[in-house]
Design a protein around this ligand. Structure first.
Ligand code: HEC
Length: 172
């Protein structure tokens, strides 16, 4: 009887291991480096919200910072540096007044997200991107990779080296 029991335990363990590997693969739905080869992660729009920001000046946008599961877990656990596999997305839209909302409020006060502008990604792989702080940088416009100066990305993110080069703080 004993060896039957051992077999059953092994079978269950194998099943659950297989299950967790499968589910994390489908959650990510893409290979970590594919974003840097110009392929938008198919599920990035479903990632978890980390925070929002509004830039004025030439940018004049409203933006959301999103993280994949690995990035968001690190944020919530306060893990620094971010582990390999963490991906952070910065999605931006034009910052536009809303006439419709203003009418409802009875005066001008409302601004909303207009047309998408561009999306930026930071992908953590401490060995592959060792020369840029362990992060790969890339950006997209209208779903396509757009002109990129990785050295400029990295140098502007240098002031937050003590937070693993990431500006965005988690908004609870
Ligand atoms: C002029 C400085 C500057 C440059 C150049 C720059 N960034 Fe950033 N980046 C920031 C600042 C400041 C923030 C946080 C505020 C915000 O989101 O607007 C930020 C936020 C981000 C975020 C969200 C995570 C975080 O660090 O807060 C990503 C992802 C990102 N940038 C990627 C890039 C990529 C990719 C490039 C190059 C194409 C780039 N950045 C170039 C200053 C810069």
């Amino acid at each position: 009887m004993k060896h039957i029991h051992v077999f059953a335990v092994l079978a269950v363990t194998t099943l659950s291991l297989g299950g967790s590997i499968l589910s994390s693969a489908s959650e990510e739905g893409y290979d970590n480096t594919a974003v840097l080869d110009g392929k938008l992660p198919p599920a990035y729009r479903d990632w978890t919200l980390i925070t929002v920001a509004h830039e004025e000046g030439n940018l004049n946008d409203i933006r959301a910072v999103l993280g994949n599961d690995i990035a968001v877990k690190a944020y919530r656990d306060g893990t620094l540096p971010f582990p390999d596999g963490a991906v952070i997305a910065r999605v931006a839209w034009a910052y536009v007044p809303s006439e419709e909302n203003n009418k409802a409020f009875g005066h001008a006060q409302s601004f909303v997200a207009g047309a998408p502008t561009h999306i930026q990604f930071m992908v953590k792989n401490s060995r592959e991107y060792a020369t840029t702080g362990g992060w790969g940088y890339t950006q997209f416009q209208q779903g396509k990779p757009s002109k990129l100066d990785v050295a400029a990305c990295f140098s502007c993110h240098l002031p937050v080296k003590n937070r693993d080069f990431v500006f965005a703080r988690y908004s609870p």
